[in-house]
Design a protein around this ligand. Structure first.
Ligand code: ADP
Ligand code: MG
Length: 257
């Protein structure tokens, strides 16, 4: 896949929870190498949007394509839709690396076991090869020495860096980050942002939900501001942060600074 190819394409995505329409028609394209930061107030639909991309939430309508392949959907008989082929969703998920706010490491496994789990058990990579890749990734996130440690014995920042290594281990096409630093003590935020910043510098394709505006401005190629389940404004960081047009965006920016 070369730079500029379509990595993720979302078209007119809607998501309802019962009567509540949380996403009201979102379209977004991420090309290979794009670093897209999603910002917006609490409840604006940021997490739901990310979760719809990997089908952790099923979009009520609209489509998601990964690397040009549209996830086939069929009616769920209740006004919504569901994947037509579970195996396609499983295959598509192996192209997306997801990092959550709350780390979500398997507590009964060491760091190394966490990182090799999906490569070995989902992708069928031979164990010695998965271990070698995992050790390289753990070196990159500064955790090689912690490879045999259980998550409970590590700081939040270390756990989140391990979660990033785990997400990278499947060699995803796109990384999805949902507020990866908002559960961390302030003094641990920097070490996690620095790992994500390195990935951005390598032009690894990513969609990142964050409250760290300075970081978003520094690493993102494109900023998307969500409000009330719609894209209220988007553009390059300089335009969005220095010359916001929407009153809501102006208000949001002044509230987080
Ligand atoms: P954000 O990440 O921007 O804070 P979310 O995507 O988490 O926003 O939530 C958007 C809205 O959707 C909120 O009003 C939230 O309460 C609602 N919501 C999220 N998940 C669910 C769910 N599983 N069931 C019902 N409502 C939900
Ligand atoms: Mg959220």
């Amino acid at each position: 896949m070369s730079q500029g190819d379509q990595a993720i394409s979302v078209v007119d995505l809607h998501k309802r929870f019962g009567q509540l329409e949380v996403l009201k028609g979102i379209s977004l394209n991420a090309r290979e190498g794009d670093v897209i930061a999603i910002i917006g107030g609490s409840g604006s639909g940021k997490s739901t949007f990310l979760r719809c991309i990997n089908m952790l939430e099923l979009p009520t309508s609209g489509s998601v394509a990964i690397h040009g392949e549209t996830i086939a959907m069929k009616s769920d008989g209740q006004g919504g839709q569901m994947p037509a082929d579970r195996r396609q969703v499983e295959r598509m998920r192996t192209r997306l690396g997801m990092v959550f706010q709350s780390f979500n490491l398997w507590q009964h496994m060491t760091v190394l076991e966490n990182v090799i789990e999906a490569p070995v058990h989902v992708l069928g990579v031979p164990k010695d090869q998965a271990v070698a890749t995992a050790e390289t990734l753990l070196r990159r996130v500064g955790l090689y020495e912690k490879r045999d440690v259980y998550p409970a014995f590590m700081s939040g920042g270390q756990q989140q860096r391990a979660a990033i290594a785990r997400a990278l281990a499947i060699q995803p096409l796109v990384m999805l980050f949902d507020e990866p630093t908002s559960a961390l003590d302030p003094e641990l935020v920097g070490e996690v942002l620095s790992v994500i910043g390195d990935l951005a510098k390598e032009r690894r394709t990513m969609i990142l939900v964050t409250h760290e505006m300075k970081f978003a401005r520094n690493v993102a190629s494109h900023i998307v501001f969500l409000h009330g389940g719609r894209i209220e404004e988007q553009g390059p960081p300089e335009a969005v942060f220095d010359a916001p047009r929407s009153e809501r965006l102006k208000k949001f920016i002044s509230s987080v600074h």
